[in-house]
Design a protein around this ligand. Sequence first.
Ligand code: NBP
Length: 473
Amino acid sequence: MQSDFGVIGLAVMGQNLALNIESKGFTVSVFNRTGSKTEEFYKRRAQGKRIVPAYTLEEFVASLKRPRKIMLMVKAGPAVDAMIDALLPLLEPGDIIIDGGNSHFADTDRRVRKVEEAGLHYLGTGVSGGEYGALHGPSIMPGGSREAYDTVAPILTVTAAQTKDGPCCTYLGPASAGHYVKMVHNGIEYGIMQIIAEAYDYMKRRLGMPVPEMQEAVAEWNAAELESYLFEITADILSRTDEKTGNPLVEMILDRAEQKGTGKWTSQSALDLGIPVPTITAAVDARALSSFKDLRVAAAERIREPRQPEKEDKAGLLAALRSGVYLAVIASYAQGMHLLQAASEEHGYNLNLAEVARIWKGGCIIRSVLLDPIQEAYTKDPKLVNLLLDGTFAALANEHLPGLRRTVSEAAAAGIPAPALSSALAYIDSWRTARLPANLIQAQRDYFGAHTYERIDEPGYHHTEWQDIQNVM
Ligand code: NBP
């Protein structure tokens, strides 16, 4: 009997996805470049299941029902191209290659063209949820050929996380739409993670809270308006004790964050499209800055701290922090959704942002109760440019701006860096400023480069002779 589905790449994601798909009643063939991993997987976790191990690509391809449905879960980058090159001569027109890794969207566009020229289909598909999600139901973000999606939908939709609003998988759009949406998902994730990290630092250094007290606060937030996966895992992290020292485990972890690139790609693409995503970029920068540990330690000895303010009104400051964190998280989503709206236009994805919000409600890292009103906002107005302009979110901004403002100013006064929180505040303050100082920028540009400017009282472009060039010479 031939298999319904094939998975190539048996690291964390591939193994768990294969087991998840098998658990839904499908037979799954598996292949890994290093055959010993296939064997180990088959003998241990896949024992007694409808999993068919293959040790050559020929054997793997021959084991699959036509049209073949093959998901690549290999390391993003050259490994994906290597697998496509090895597969193409073995496959037939109509077969479908699904790249489930975190590929850069431009690579996906290139691969779609190449695979379609060979008469096959290609689905660039974001998968979010990590190890647990892959096994129990991730959020799946497919893009590419609609026809190919319809063929694999019966498998992908039951494999995905399920919510009351349906499976966390839907066709997103042509070409690289799926990988673009996954990239922005990760950008938003970077922003929220940094916001939470700053809140932890503030609770520790400004409010003098011991870790168990912070744990209680974060758990309380997660039980209410901030209910979401990232707050849930943070509460869990803060509850763990280091076995070796008896200290809270988080305090024993080196303060140097790593990154694989999806946050950076989000910022790069946003810069290319001229869409502001300052909280996401602040998060990418914060990880980069954290990597200079030795230099930070040296600088800490040379540049003095401000005098620490009194720890008065702790309850008020903590309430303001909670409010500020909530609004900064909203700003992170607002920036990501704005970027998706612009990218949809630019790349012809024709994204349905209400559906994007819906499939993020389960399985993925940024799942949150906030996605309900986000989905509603884009259902009401599919072309909404920025969430902050939606009535519900404008009201939330009004309600929570004082908390964010107080937190950012207290952090600044205490010398506690809060780049994501303060960028969120500046972002919202900029959106609600009817007259920004960009008039002066225009004057400067016209001064040194004769770039012209527009006036507030008459149409057209104007230029001022700011300096007497002849006499200056
Ligand atoms: P990794 O990203 O660690 O990749 C390991 C897999 O890639 C192994 O199966 C390895 O085979 C294979 N591989 C490599 Br490396 N080079 C190869 C090549 N030249 N040809 C064929 N296979 C090659 O695995 P992962 O963490 O499971 O992630 C898989 C994809 O899913 C990545 O794109 C990742 O960014 C994405 N993703 C990961 C997570 C997560 O939580 N880990 C979440 C969401 C998305 P080998 O065994 O022979 O070395």
